[in-house]
Design a protein around this ligand. Structure first.
Ligand code: XBP
Ligand code: MG
Length: 263
């Protein structure tokens, strides 16, 4: 996909958050949206199924707007909804971060191990997500510990760029902040909007699917796995060449990175 020059090497790993580091959507974000709606006296309640459809739009504020435009009668929309959405979203962020602080939402299989190995091997780390910055730091704090926030050189999140995924802006921002080239980085994603964004930024991309994204189109991915996995808890390969590996470690990441320049 990229043109590798003789001195190009993999320097940084850039992670999506929701669905990639942790399965936050169904039992985290969705629940927090519903709590915010209740707090504001709205009779909206997003079921697991409805939320799957709403995930077509990234960004919580944008998702609520999409819901009012496509999912409910005009009569069910408060007249001041445009002004209410930022307030509702702030309440949702409060509920979501409270939920994270209970430790109810763990990291996905293999994430902690891969991040630890990447740090040991000297790769630079970054985050590129559409979610609100507070949500990222709360997830890191309550899973990997407060100090882990500093392991990530750049946390590119939320409204820091005007156009959210599938636009490439958030990845472009992270790459630029690290003063790297796209061909020196690799992205980790879980969704079609995510890979559109990372590929739009010319990044090779490793996919780990989840229940909401298993039927998405991952054309262009370096590999599509059901999870990163662990020793004794192997991944399933949906598409791509895993060599002899049974879980995603830095050697496999390197191999997939090299492969992208030779295929
Ligand atoms: C994540 C999102 C976010 C979260 C909600 O997508 O779409 O909108 O669902 O976060 P990705 P906020 O994994 O592709 O970054 O409510 O804070 O926007
Ligand atoms: Mg995601």
């Amino acid at each position: 996909m990229n043109t590798q020059t003789s001195n190009t090497k993999l320097k940084a790993l850039i992670f999506d958050v929701d669905g990639t580091l942790s399965n936050t959507e169904r039992d985290g974000h969705r629940v927090a949206f519903n709590q915010a709606f209740k707090e504001y006296g709205l009779d909206w309640n997003w079921s697991v199924e409805t939320y799957g459809k709403l995930l077509a739009v990234t960004g919580g504020k944008e998702r609520m707007k999409f819901y009012t435009e496509e999912f409910i009668d005009k009569d069910g929309i408060p007249a001041d909804i445009e002004e209410k959405i930022p307030e509702l979203h702030a309440a949702k962020t409060r509920h979501y971060t409270e939920l994270l602080s209970t430790g109810a939402i763990p990291l996905r299989s293999g994430v902690e191990r891969l991040i630890a190995e990447a740090r040991e091997r000297g790769y630079r780390l970054a985050i590129a997500t559409t979610t609100t910055p507070e949500n990222v730091t709360a997830l890191l704090k309550h899973t990997l510990g407060e100090e882990s926030i500093d392991w990530f050189e750049v946390i590119a999140a939320g409204d820091i760029v005007p156009a959210k995924k599938p636009a490439p802006d958030i990845y472009n921002y992270a790459i630029k902040e690290m003063n790297l080239l796209p061909e020196e980085c690799i992205a980790f994603e879980d969704s079609e909007n995510g890979i559109k964004s990372s590929i739009g930024a010319k990044l090779n991309t490793i996919i780990t699917i989840n229940d909401y994204t298993k039927n998405h189109d991952f054309t262009g991915a370096s590999i599509v796995l059901n999870q990163m996995g662990e020793p004794g808890q192997p991944f399933s390969v949906i598409n791509g060449d895993n060599g002899n590996a049974s879980f995603l470690n830095c050697d496999l990441v390197e191999k997939l990175y090299q492969q992208a320049f030779t295929s």
